[in-house]
Structures are given as C-alpha cells and as structure tokens.
Design a protein around this ligand. Sequence first.
Ligand SMILES: Cc1cc2nc3c(=O)[nH]c(=O)nc-3n(C[C@H](O)[C@H](O)[C@H](O)COP(=O)(O)OP(=O)(O)OC[C@H]3O[C@@H](n4cnc5c(N)ncnc54)[C@H](O)[C@@H]3O)c2cc1C
Length: 483
Amino acid sequence: MGEAAPTIVWFRQDLRLLDNPALSAAVAEGRPVLPLYVLPDQNGDWAMGGASRWWLHHSLTSLAATLESKGARLVLRRGDPARVVADVAAECGAASVHANICPEPHWRAADAALADRLQAARREYLAHRGFTLFDLETIKTRAGGTYGMFTPFANAVRGAGDPPSPRPEPNAIPAPPEQPRSEALEDWNLLPRQPDWSPGLAGTFTPGEPAARARGRAFLRGAVRNYDTGRNLPGQDLTSMLSPHLHWGEISAASLWHALHRRPPDKAAQTFASELIWRDFAAYLLWHHPTLPDRPLRREFENLPWRHDPAGLRAWQRGQTGIPIVDAGMRQLWRTGWMHNRVRMVVASFLVKHLLIHWRLGAQWFWDTLVDADLGANSMNWQWAAGTGIDSQPFFRIFNPVTQGEKFDEDGAYVRHFVPELALLPGPFLHAPWRAPPLVLAEAGVRLGVTYPAPIVDLAIGRARALAVWQTVRGDSPASATI
Ligand SMILES: Cc1cc2nc3c(=O)[nH]c(=O)nc-3n(C[C@H](O)[C@H](O)[C@H](O)COP(=O)(O)OP(=O)(O)OC[C@H]3O[C@@H](n4cnc5c(N)ncnc54)[C@H](O)[C@@H]3O)c2cc1C
C-alpha cells in the first residue's frame, strides 16, 4: 500500500485526543488519519442503556469538534463493528487500523473478528492499551494464575511500576484526500425525546474531553485534599465525579495517575489512586471472567432462591421504598444519572438482601440509568454487594440503611435534598420516619403511606429472611454481622 494510504483510528471507549495511544501511534505512521466511530448493533441485557446513549451523543459531538480543530473529520457508521471497520478500510484503501483494547467480551469478539478480516485483506490491526492503567494479561499471581482479591491485585500492580507517561495530544491530524461517507449523528436517535428526561443529567455533567479535563483539574486542585475523609459523605461534593468521563475515555486513567503522583505524597492521593486501581480490577475481572455480568463468581449462589417481587423492584427503582437513604440514592440516580458510591453500596445491599431480589435486576437498572454504566465496574460491584463475587464481602454482611444514613448523612442534607417530602423531619427521625411519634410527623407534614411510603419491608424481618436463605445455600450457620 502506498504512502498516501490512510490509517484508521477506531474510537470506542477512548473519546479523547490527549494520551490516546491508538491515535498517537496512527499519527506517528505519517499517513493521513481517518477517525471512525461505529455504533454497534446490539440487543440483549447489556445493550447500551438510555443514559449511556445520551452521553455518547454529546461526547461524539465534542470529539468531532476537537478532531476538526486538528484537521481531521470523524466518520460515523452503524452496524456489526468488525464488518463495518473492515468495509471502511476497504473503501478508503487503509493500510492499517489502530484501536485501544476494551475489556468487554463483545469488544474482544469484535477485535478477533476484525483482525481476521484485516489479515485476509493484508491490512494491519494494531491494538493498544488505552483503557486501563496496567496490562490485563501480565498481572499474574506467583503461581501464574489470576487474582481474585483486590488487595493482592493492588499490591501486584503497585509493584509493577507506573503506567506509561501520557502521550501529548497531536498538533495536527492530517485528513485523507477523500473522505468516506459518514452517517448523521442525529439519525442515530441517541437522545431521549418523549419524554426528554435528560435535563437533570445535563445540569450535572458536560460530556466530552474538554469538560473531563476541566473536572479532573478542578478535583486535583481542590477536593482531592479531603478525599480520604470526605469520599463517604454523599451530602458533600468530595469525590471526583469523573466516572462517566473515565468510562468513555474522555480522560485517561494514566494521566490522572501521573498528575496524582506529581503532587506531594499524602494519604488522600493514595486513596484516590487506589480507586483507580479498583477500576482496573473491575476490567481485569471482566477480562478473565467474561461471564461476570451474568453468573455469580461463587457458583454456589446460582441456587439461591431469589424472590420474584416486581412491585418491590419498581418501588426500589422509583425511590419509593420508605427507607429514606435508599430513596434518596435512587432518586439521585434517576434525576442526575449518577449516584454517590456509599449510597450505591447501601441501595444494592437493600435490594439483594432486604428484598432478596436478584442482583442482576439491580445491575440492569443501573445499566440503563447510570451515565457511568460500565460492564466491568457495574458487574463487579453488584457481585461484591451481593456477596456472590470473589472479593471479601460475604453475603451475611448486611448494611443497615438506617445506621448508614445516620453515620454518613449525619446532618441529613442528602436525604432532605432528594426526598423533599421529609425535609422538615427533625434529625433523629429523618433516617427512620416510622419511628417518629405521630405529633412529630404531623408537625413535619409527613403522613406515612400518604405523603411518603411506609417501609415496604420491615428491616429486621428482611434481614432475618436473607440470613435464613443464605443458610440454605451454605448449609451452615453464619457468624452474622451488621455494619
Ligand atoms: C452497586 C454498584 C454499582 C456500580 N456501578 C458502577 C459503574 O457502572 N460504573 C462505574 O464507573 N462505577 C461503578 N461503581 C463504582 C463507584 O460507585 C463509582 O465508580 C463512583 O461512585 C463514581 O464516582 P466518582 O467518579 O466521584 O468516584 P471517585 O471516588 O472520585 O473515584 C475515582 C474513580 O475511580 C473509579 N472507582 C471508584 N470506585 C470504584 C469501584 N468501587 N469500582 C470500580 N471503579 C471505581 C471510578 O472510575 C471513579 O470515577 C458501582 C458501585 C456500586 C456499589
């Protein structure tokens, strides 16, 4: 293939120019560069959810603009990714295709199929590490196996040295003389219309690389200092809220890692770096256990008799369970497309333990509503919350949502914000309104079962039921604990 043959950069979950290994390698080839995004035909439980589609629309708009400022034009196509990328390569006579590796099973299958098609056409396929900090294949136990627990995994990656330094963004990206046909983003119908539920998402986040970088900079200059102590307090903005930007690759984990390590070392920065390692761990588990989204890692949980409770599931989804911290979290998710990590743990525990509803149904709701919906992180964390994973959270550890609320939302700011019908309840009863004397409820304008639901499950009964069921799976008696 001649000098003028272009090279393709196939964008997926790496919608950025800075520290994009596939893009840098393509530009370094010295050929014209064709940026391509393919919207995959998907169906089934893990087809892209509504909040992700909203994000993708805006992120692609932003990517197209930044690419254009460098001289390149983004081509959009729809269909089976391996076939479409190979077709575009044939149409423009591309010599090679560059992409960053994604850990999701469907992307890995597409990679394998594309490599075959390109090889048959004598074109090169070059895959780079751009999503995770560390190489998912080379982190191995001493015996050559894969890690199943976070702490030894984290020790191993910390011992492996820093990830490569961030690549600068290219100054210019030369476009090919002839541009292949592109579909119109509007025709993909990624945005919600009837109804348009997106204003709360747009009020909370701005998709795209410039906003991701601005959020990263602001966090590293400010809130990171209090991250260690503040990251568990949902009523305060002390976490980075970078998760959707990281999922879509608008900012690289490696560039955050290096920015953190340029700061004087402190506990807060170390804790934040640890969260980035959790992100890698999720990708690692998905890579080595592709059934993670669907099957419990602890196989004995396949037989757990989950309850069929559509009404309970719906109350949970809508933030109408009568448990204030749970309802606040679920309403935050519905309104903004995001939920604070502490509250994610509480709502997940409530669904799978107190309601005994299958963790996959919770994971599917998150999948549809989260702007940061990520197959690795979502599946790993649901399995962690359900105690069905291979990390150290056992099934019999059951979060008490009242205690969690009192501890982490002590002044009640979070619950009052998202559950305004309880705003006038005094502190001692805010997290358990059913304990309030009738006069206190009346003064706060709360009528349980009318203005705000009575709890859909008695917490003590729900907990005892979960433990009893767990015993049938384990066949022994739990050293039960409430945290
Ligand atoms: C049931 C449940 C489901 C979850 N689903 C997702 C999901 O679909 N996508 C997702 O990105 N995170 C998920 N998380 C993890 C975590 O809640 C979010 O990453 C975090 O709340 C995002 O907010 P932040 O960016 O302010 O996080 P920060 O506290 O600022 O952390 C920085 C980054 O580290 C990573 N991170 C932090 N905690 C975790 C974790 N426990 N697992 C994996 N990565 C982590 C994220 O990329 C995050 O943006 C889930 C957690 C639970 C309990």
